[in-house]
Design a protein around this ligand. Structure first.
Ligand SMILES: C[S@@+](CC[C@H](N)C(=O)[O-])C[C@H]1O[C@@H](n2cnc3c(N)ncnc32)[C@H](O)[C@@H]1O
Ligand SMILES: [Mg+2]
Length: 373
């Protein structure tokens, strides 16, 4: 028998499995139970849907040694998130209740249950399924049936494992949880054996529990009496830069608007100076005015500019004497503006609040007088 080599390594396959689930179900609040060195949390933080990320582990040292790896990097400040993200790490035991992780959208508990004494499992289930009540919870544990395929293995896979369950044992436990706490479950796994060993199942077995829709209505405020007891210790809290922060939002918008208005202004000043004879200036037969100006750098942003005349896909601006009016809905077609502001209404509200911009109706007004002259 050959030694089985998993590619990617099994621990990575488990993390990808959870990330895949996040991508599919788009949870806002996610908790990793037994987060250890925060490796999974470091992958989860890239999921833009996640706004609150919590890690809990009983081992405070392993969290303290790794928690700064979750701090924002310079690139996070250069490219802020659209939605907020707060990460909190707690030292705490999964057999104790704390309201800081109640009613999350998703909880992951990867290779943790087998490290609990069997006698603690009842308390664990009561805390996770009866008190925290995440909408979805993904639990993984070794599949003891697979151990026969692991060359040279005697006993458990890890010295700290208190038990390793067969497929039947794990599934019976999970189905019992479903009956008692009103969840449904599906089973999956990662790490396949060689061809012909399919009956054995995956090396890591996984259960994905989903809370029944009416469960929390039937159990209103279950265990609310424990909500005043804070048994977890907050070790680290970090807030990521996002456009939900007023200063970051306004600075980004000012930068973007200044960039585009300066570009338009420069074009008008240049075209007046050069008698509008540049190659990239076309002529409108009807009004005898410059009508479209298309610069390569702007095409890169999927935006074309025209003056006075409408054309599909072109950003229209109107010249009124010494000012140019840029319709806000046209500005909103610029991808970066769309990213910063979620709607045209929000764009208008924000520009009205920033002193340096002038708004007339639904237009941004740019003065094209040459201040330097
Ligand atoms: C094998 S590690 C798994 C780490 C991580 N989930 C992963 O997949 O990389 C098990 C973790 O569970 C933690 N743990 C064990 N008992 C716990 C308890 N009662 N409460 C919270 N964490 C616990 C351990 O400290 C350890 O970090
Ligand atoms: Mg383990």
């Amino acid at each position: 028998m050959e030694r089985i080599k998993f590619s990617p390594p099994l621990y990575k396959q488990r993390y990808y499995f959870v990330i895949d689930l996040i991508m599919k179900s788009q949870p806002k609040k996610v908790v990793d139970l037994g987060c250890a060195d925060c490796s999974l949390l470091r992958k989860m933080k890239f999921q833009q849907c996640v706004e609150e990320l919590v890690g809990i582990d009983i081992n405070q040292q392993v969290i303290r040694e790794n928690m700064y790896l979750l701090s924002p990097l310079p690139c996070d400040y250069l490219n802020p998130r659209i939605r907020p993200l707060v990460i909190k790490l707690y030292q705490g035991s999964l057999i104790e209740k704390d309201p800081c992780v109640k009613n999350f959208d998703m909880a992951s508990c990867i290779e943790v249950i087998e490290h609990l004494e069997l006698s603690m499992l009842e308390a664990f289930s009561n805390v996770v399924f009866g008190y925290m009540t995440p909408h979805t919870i993904v639990i993984s544990t070794p599949n003891a049936d697979f151990n026969q395929l692991l060359l040279g293995l005697t006993g458990f896979r890890d010295r700290d494992h208190k038990f390793e369950w067969t497929k039947t044992e794990f599934q019976n436990w999970a189905l019992d949880i479903c009956v008692r706490y009103e969840y449904s479950v599906t089973f999956a796994g990662v790490g396949s054996g060689p061809a012909g060993t399919e009956d054995v199942g995956f090396c890591t077995q996984i259960a994905i529990f989903t809370r029944m829709p009416a469960r929390n209505d039937r159990w209103p405020n279950s265990n609310a009496d424990c909500d005043d007891i804070h048994s977890y210790k907050l070790l680290h809290e970090v807030k990521y830069p996002s456009y939900c922060d007023k200063n970051i939002f306004e600075n980004a918008l000012i930068n973007e608007m200044t960039y585009w208005t300066e570009k338009i202004k420069k074009h008008f000043l240049n075209s007046t100076e050069q008698g509008d004879t540049k190659n990239n200036v076309q002529h409108d037969q009807e009004s005898n005015e410059d009508v479209s100006w298309c610069s390569r750098s702007m095409e890169k942003h999927c935006v074309n500019w025209s003056v006075c005349k409408s054309a599909d896909g072109y950003l229209e601006v109107q010249k009124h004497g010494d000012t140019i009016h840029i319709p806000l809905d046209q500005l909103f077609t610029i991808l970066e503006v769309k990213k910063i502001c979620s709607s045209v209404v929000r764009l208008k509200e924000a520009l009205l609040e920033i002193e340096q911009f002038e708004i007339a109706g639904d237009n941004l007004v740019v003065c094209i007088c040459d201040n330097e002259k």
